[in-house]
Design a binder for this molecule. Structure first.
Ligand code: ZN
Ligand code: ZN
Ligand code: ZN
Length: 356
């Protein structure tokens, strides 16, 4: 905050709040806001009826609960005092920001992520362990999928998605973040929403799923994995495509060493896919950071010259999507470490052939 000339940081809904104070605000019309002055103690302004859910941490913040007829915007402005530059949480509702701009007329506003993202994106050993536990949980689900233990043929994508969601919770997550199930040509849409399409023999099915596992400190860490299965032997053409994808994913993992720019990790896999003639069908970045949020810094994308440091956690998930035909993606979470990328997911990478 000092380096950026920020006088106060204002954190509301989103992942910054639980990350820094262990309390996750409900996304409500009643304002919850952690007021963090550059010099001084932090105050959590919280609706009175939510206050009982706050685990007190006297060494981190004091609680200022507000009653139904009080004006929380005025309370925040009072605590902040005269401010030149305020950093506001990126996910704060714009309505609150507009009201704060009026209540704090001397303040300019910037994104809090300029301060919080560099802190959050580098994971310590404790956080890496949490990511590993969450990764192992979805690995077990992936293994069942690959073993044919999740029935596919004759069910709709939505039914399989519901089953994966159930398993995500059964495996210890507190929240399902997504469970994409895309069969056949639907897999050509990277974020296809599982629907009423019935899965048939001979198709490939892309499953991308993950959740958030909350620890006793109130902070949750995310899992995220993608695996594809083929129901019956794949065509030679699809098997070839998948081989290219698997080699590209491995190339990006191999490239993800400390000091390597994020964009180089992207290029390592992308060049293989392009050389095989599929370049135009890899339509998204290679990956995203992951932690208390499913998508956060650092992004593994052309143009991001950020060099990897020990503790950066991110996905490596190239995909090849042929419109109206099929698609495939292969995704693991890895953490940059001195010995190379440390995988949080170790489920088999090959195209599993199931007869379910
Ligand atoms: Zn995605
Ligand atoms: Zn994913
Ligand atoms: Zn992902």
């Amino acid at each position: 905050m000092t380096a950026d000339g920020i006088d106060v940081m204002l954190l509301s809904v989103g992942a910054d709040l639980p990350y820094f104070c262990g309390y996750e605000a409900m996304p409500l019309e009643r304002l919850t806001m952690l007021v963090v002055p550059r010099d001084g103690e932090a105050t959590l302004v919280v609706p009175g009826l939510e206050a009982p859910r706050v685990a007190e941490r006297a060494n981190v913040f004091t609680i200022r609960s507000w009653g139904e007829t009080e004006n929380p915007i005025g309370i925040v402005a009072d605590i902040a005092g005269p401010v030149g530059l305020a950093a506001i949480g990126d996910h704060t509702w714009s309505g609150f920001l507009v009201d704060l701009m009026t209540a704090m007329p001397s303040a300019n506003f910037c994104r809090a992520s300029t301060v919080t993202s560099p802190i959050r994106s580098v994971k310590d050993a404790h956080e890496i362990e949490r990511l590993r536990v969450a990764g192992a949980a979805v690995d077990r689900i992936a293994a069942r999928l690959q073993a044919g233990e999740v029935p596919l043929v004759g069910r709709t994508e939505a039914e399989v998605s519901a089953e994966l969601s159930r398993q995500i919770l059964d495996e210890g997550h507190h929240r399902v973040n997504f469970a994409i199930v895309a069969a056949g040509a639907n897999a050509a849409s990277p974020h296809h929403e599982a629907g009423g399409r019935v899965i048939r023999q001979g198709e490939s099915v892309l499953c991308d799923f993950g959740g958030t596992m909350v620890g006793s400190d109130g902070v949750g860490y995310c899992s995220d994995i993608t695996r594809c299965v083929s129901i019956g032997e794949p065509t030679g053409e699809f098997a070839d495509l998948y081989e290219v994808l698997m080699a590209a994913q491995q190339a990006s993992v191999d490239a993800a060493t400390i000091g390597t720019p994020c964009e180089e990790v992207d290029r390592a896999g992308r060049s293989l896919i392009a050389d095989a003639g599929y370049g135009e069908y890899f339509v998204h970045r290679t990956g995203h950071g992951i932690g208390v949020e499913a998508h956060e810094d650092p992004y593994i994308v052309e143009g991001n010259s950020t060099a990897l440091v020990e503790g950066h956690a991110f996905s490596i998930e190239p995909g090849i999507y042929i419109p109206d035909r099929w698609g495939a993606r292969l995704e693991d979470i890895v953490v940059a470490a001195s010995g190379g990328a440390d995988p949080m997911n170790v489920a088999a990478h090959g195209l599993a052939v199931v007869d379910a």
